[in-house]
Design a protein around this ligand. Sequence first.
Ligand SMILES: NC(=O)c1ccc[n+]([C@@H]2O[C@H](COP(=O)([O-])OP(=O)(O)OC[C@H]3O[C@@H](n4cnc5c(N)ncnc54)[C@H](O)[C@@H]3O)[C@@H](O)[C@H]2O)c1
Length: 371
Amino acid sequence: MSTGNGSTNGAARYQDDKVRVAIIGVGNCASSFVQGVHYYRDTDPRESVPGLMHVDVGGYHVSDIEFSAAFDIDADKVGKDLSEAIFAGQNNTLKFDTEVPKLGVEVQRGMTHDGLGKYLKEKITKAPGPTADIVDILKETRTDVVVSYLPVGSEQATKWYVEQILEAGCGFVNCIPVFIAREDYWNKRFKKAGLPIVGDDIKSQVGATNVGGNMDFYNMLERERLESKKISKTNAVTSIMGHTLPADDVHVGPSDYVPWLTDRKWAHIRLEGQAFGDVPLTAELKLEVWDSPNSAGIVIDAVRCCKLALNNGLSGQLDGPSSYLMKSPMNQRPDSEARDLTEEFIAKYARKPLGKPAKSGKATASAKTEK
Ligand SMILES: NC(=O)c1ccc[n+]([C@@H]2O[C@H](COP(=O)([O-])OP(=O)(O)OC[C@H]3O[C@@H](n4cnc5c(N)ncnc54)[C@H](O)[C@@H]3O)[C@@H](O)[C@H]2O)c1
C-alpha cells in the first residue's frame, strides 16, 4: 500500500473502492451532505433521487462516499464526532436523517484567518488550541477529495486551505464564492500538481435568494464580504438567458437575515414580458426552499466526479462538471449543455468493474487536462 505521500506529484491515489472526503466548515451544508450520504445509503441505483444526477455516478454509489476528516474553528464543534458536530453550534437546517451513526471522525481545529466576519464573531466562540496539521491529516486519512464550506468572504482562509490541499495531493470541490477553479493562476497550480478541482460556488438544485435565517445569511449582512457572492449568483442567473441583460436590469442577492426562517430562504421572482400588441404581462411568485439540503445532492455528485478525475489522472478544473454543478465556473454555459458534458465525462471516466485496477493512478506532470 502506498504511504499516502502527497509528494508524488499529487498522485496520492490509494484505492478506487471508496471516495474519501474531508470537509472544511461543518455548518448547515456539511450537515445536509453527511445526512444525505446516510439517507441514501441503500437506494437502488436504478432509482431517481431529486437533486442527484444519479444514485450511481461512474461506478460510485452514494454509499461509497466515506468521511475521512473534518475541520472547523467553532468551540461547539471541534472535538466532537462529525455525526454530532453536524447538529451542534449554530447549525439549524432540517434534520432529515437523525440516525447518522458515529463516524469515527473527530472535527479538528482549522485555521481561522478571515473565516469569522463581524457578525459570525458575535455567535461563534473560537475553539482553543493550535491549528491541526491539515496536510498530515489529509495524507494520513488517505483523503481523496476536500470540500470547502467556509463562510462567504473567507478569501485568505480559502487560499490557505488550498495550499494545504495541493501539498497533501487531494482533489478539491470549492462550494463557496471565493474564485479558485475559474482563475488561471489556481487552475495552473492544480494542473501542475496533477490534481482536479470542481468550482466555484455550488449551484443549488433550486436556487432562491432574498431572505433567510441561517448563518450564511447572517454573515452576508456584512456587505464587504458579499462582493463575490453577488457576482456568482448573478452569473448563475444570467447564464441561462439567451441574451445579455443590461447591468441595471438584473438584481440577484441576499437582502436580509430573518432568524425565524432558520435554514429556509425565500425568493420573490418577478417576470415581465409582452403579450399580443406589446401589452405588458407580469407574473410574480414566491419560492421557499430549505437552503442546505438543496446543495447537498450536487456536492455528492461533485465529489464523485472529482474521484473519477483522480482515478484517471485528470488535472485542473473539470470543465463539464464545474459548469453544471457550480455557479461560477471558468466556462459558463446553459444547464442543458453543461449536463450533457457532465454525462459524457462520467461515461468516459467511469471506473472499471470492481477487482480491476483503475485506468491510471499515475498522475504525472503530463497528466491529462480535462478541457
Ligand atoms: N445551498 C447552499 O446552502 C449554498 C449554495 C452555494 C454556496 N453555499 C456556500 O457554502 C458555504 C457554507 O454554507 P453553510 O450554510 O454551511 O454555512 P455555515 O455558516 O452554516 O457553515 C460554515 C462553517 O464554517 C466554519 N468556519 C468558519 N471559519 C472557518 C475556518 N477558518 N476553518 C474551518 N471552518 C470554519 C463555521 O464555524 C461553520 O461551522 C457558504 O459560503 C455558502 O455561501 C451554500
